[in-house]
Ligand binder design. Sequence first.
Ligand SMILES: *Cc1c(COP(=O)(O)O)cnc(C)c1O
Length: 373
Amino acid sequence: MDAPLRRTWAEVDLGAVRHNFRLVRNRLHTDCLCMAVVKADAYGHGAVPVARALLSEGADWLGVSNITEAVELREHGITAPILILSYTPPAEARRLADYHLTQAVLDEPYAVKLEREAAAADVTVSAHIKLDTGMSRVGFFCGQDSPVDAIARVCAFEHLSVNGIFTHFAVADEPDGEAYTRQQFALFMNTVDALRERGITFALRHCCNSAATLRFPEMQLDMVRAGIVLYGVSPIVQADLRPTMALRTVISQQKTVPAGTGVGYGLTAHTDRPTVLATLPIGYADGLIRLAAETHRVSVGGTTAPLVGRVCMDQCVIDVTDLPSVNTDTVVTVFGDDTVSVLDYAAACRTIPYESFCLVGKRVPRVYSDSLR
Ligand SMILES: *Cc1c(COP(=O)(O)O)cnc(C)c1O
């Protein structure tokens, strides 16, 4: 491969990903499997290299959001079990089977369509039942009317092979989320118990995301689904995680302007002193969101510098007046080094690290290293 363009790039440390995986696995009960969630291109890190790194560490399953993501992994030779966590059009039944994918079954009408398509294609689709225990998103709704009858009917479908059941927590990562999470867990277990009384059992019962895995180990059951923790962000529980991505760019131009100079589209900023401005070749099309301009400070040579004026599509401007020595080509880190974390960046953008990672644009090359090797 050609050397990546030194314009704007994302450094991904696969060693940090592996370190974070080990930390999670050390907190699992014996016999508890670990699904590494690599949806959304492994939270922007690159699904194939991240999945390979995690499988080399012993990840048992991979979790993705849709069939396109799953097929990408298969086409790169990844044979580990893959669960598609959300919707796949039932018409894809044949491809689900051909690629040996496991599909989340969202409710009975969905299962009926999937069964019909699987029968028409003369295939059997592997499936996990999804329960909605309080997130009100996808899943058999566990409300006043028990979903047990509906699930029992689905489990009898000839062309679905149901071997797992799962749910997803809404507030496992919120400081005051314990009571609600315990309620969701109880609802999950009650439903699984009621199904067992009907003679229906599941090899894999799983409900923990990263936060619940670390915070409520008693809820780990047969498998956990770890996402954000693998990418170095600790949800609520303190853990010795390593950052996995640094978003970097360089200074493309530097100039000194007098006090009172307007900067950028809309001239929303004016210098209040003679100012050294540095332009960076990164904009919102690279994932640097416009809100960042309000309070975010990028990292340059061990200190920080504020953004000035609006973020453009492909560029932005920072104030380097107070920085001792910067030049064109000096590397600037938007987030992900010891000075500015992805948490700092996400907070400045009034969002969460998940979104900060996912928004790193597709034109930003991912550059891989491995600090454990
Ligand atoms: C994204 C996702 C996860 C992983 O969540 P994290 O908070 O990143 O650990 C687990 N389960 C489901 C169903 C998901 O969609």
